[in-house]
Design a protein around this ligand. Structure first.
Ligand code: PEP
Ligand code: MG
Length: 422
């Protein structure tokens, strides 16, 4: 497929921060993609290039945009690329750095995702089918959605706090039933919060979950489970946490609310929570470089529940290999912008899957209307997603795209739902 033209522009994400939109033109049409952005960003992620100038308090992305419009355009305009890998390899050698610091992972990823869309149309495929082709996966699977209904930590302007409290609807036969049950529970939770704490407690955090004035994680989980029960889904909706613990790790100590823990004590704290509540998944329970802590956590809980590496792994094959060797976790959180190209994200997913880990395809806290990751999760067939609560259009865009894909796969009689959860 020949790329006639590539260009980029600065647009805004769900927090009103600038981000990169790339657009590729071929003989068929023009294809756009927008890059998401994290807040509780892992320190080993590929570099998100920001201008650091006065505009947008330093968060402008005009340098990354210009890198697409100059260096990348010069390299790929008018050229033919037979595959995603060929295009991504050209981008990687053009950048030439370990962490994409020359051109910016945000510059590379926009182009890489727009190319996948162009390729799909060139091959007369849906985007998820194209991703299936690239990843050599033939099993399209609708995901079990982890719904982040109580937002904390950096996504809610808080410190020393668990970041995400998620409904995990695992007891359903289809994606749309799981989504409905999760959403009904979310609405019930809102009602309960309003009754107990007033309307202020139902204001939304970055990922569409509520931010109530409940400091204690036990109280939060109790309230979530009472909403699950009242909604009639006891036992069918479990709980997942993303602790994002690198955010509350200082000088070797973890601070959660009023309590301070050593690495070992934190493992015991989680074990108690798992015992008390219906927790089936813990993400980033330990800090991004606390490899010993991760191994201890997985040793303690890894047989019973899903232990997900986000900041630990940063969708990076090298770090996944280390985590496999050290038995650090049993699940990969997959975020395309942590690594910077579609090919590398797919390699990370395939490596995790081939080692019998689960894979959770994830949004970022700063998102856009681009629903690429909905097609990604179905195309990779990982069976799990983490796209936030069912609120805010940038999250809903992903759920609605999954509903469309579900309908399409149902029509062809090939709709499979849910994957390995741990
Ligand atoms: C996360 O930590 O999993 C997350 C989605 O948040 P962010 O995008 O802020 O890293
Ligand atoms: Mg996380």
């Amino acid at each position: 497929m020949k790329i006639e033209n590539v260009k980029a522009r600065q647009v805004l994400d769900s927090r009103g921060n600038p981000t990169v939109e790339a657009e590729i033109s071929t003989s068929k049409d023009s294809f756009r993609a927008i890059v998401p952005s994290g807040a509780s960003t892992g320190k080993h992620e590929a570099l998100e290039m920001r201008d650091g100038e006065k505009a947008y308090s330093g968060k402008g992305v005009l340098k990354a945009v210009s890198n697409v419009n100059s260096f990348i355009a010069k390299e790929i305009n008018g050229k033919k690329f037979a595959s995603q890998k060929e295009l991504d390899s050209a981008l990687l050698s053009l950048d030439g750095t370990e962490n994409k610091s020359k051109l910016g992972a945000n510059a590379l990823l926009g182009v890489s995702m727009a190319f996948t869309r162009a390729l799909a149309v060139e091959n007369n495929l849906e985007l998820f089918e194209q991703i299936g082709e690239i990843s050599k996966n033939k099993n399209f699977v609708l995901p079990v959605p982890q719904l982040n209904v109580l937002n904390g930590g950096k996504h809610a302007g808080k410190e020393s706090d668990i970041q995400e409290h998620m409904l995990f609807p695992i007891g359903f036969d289809s994606f749309s039933e799981a989504l409905q049950a999760g959403t009904e529970t979310y609405h019930l939770l809102k009602k309960k919060l309003k009754a107990k704490y007033g309307a202020q407690a139902t204001l939304l955090g970055d990922e569409g979950g509520f931010v109530p004035p409940i400091g204690n994680v036990n109280d939060r989980l109790e309230l979530m489970l009472s909403a699950v029960e009242e909604a009639g889904y006891a036992g069918k909706i479990k709980i997942g946490l993303d602790c994002a613990s690198s955010e509350f790790l200082n000088n070797g100590k973890y601070s959660v609310g009023e309590k301070t823990f050593s690495s070992g004590e934190l493992v015991d704290f989680y074990a108690e929570l798992v015992d008390k509540f219906d927790i089936v998944s813990i993400e980033d329970g330990m800090g991004e470089d606390d490899w010993e802590g991760w191994s201890a956590l997985t040793k303690s809980l890894g047989e019973a529940i899903q232990i997900v590496g986000d900041d630990l792994l940063v969708t990076n094959v090298t770090r996944i290999k280390k985590a496999l060797a050290e038995k650090s976790c049993n699940s990969l959180l997959l975020k395309v912008n942590q690594i910077g190209t579609v090919t590398e994200a797919i390699d990370a997913s395939n490596l995790a899957k081939s080692n019998d880990w689960s894979v959770v395809v994830s949004h970022r806290s700063g998102e856009t209307e681009d629903a690429f990751i909905s097609d990604l999760v179905v195309g990779l067939g990982t069976g799990q997603s983490k796209f936030g609560a069912t609120a805010r259009s940038e999250r809903i865009a992903k759920y609605n795209q999954l509903l469309r894909i579900e309908e399409k796969l149902n029509e062809s009689g090939s709709c499979v739902f849910g994957g390995k959860t741990f």
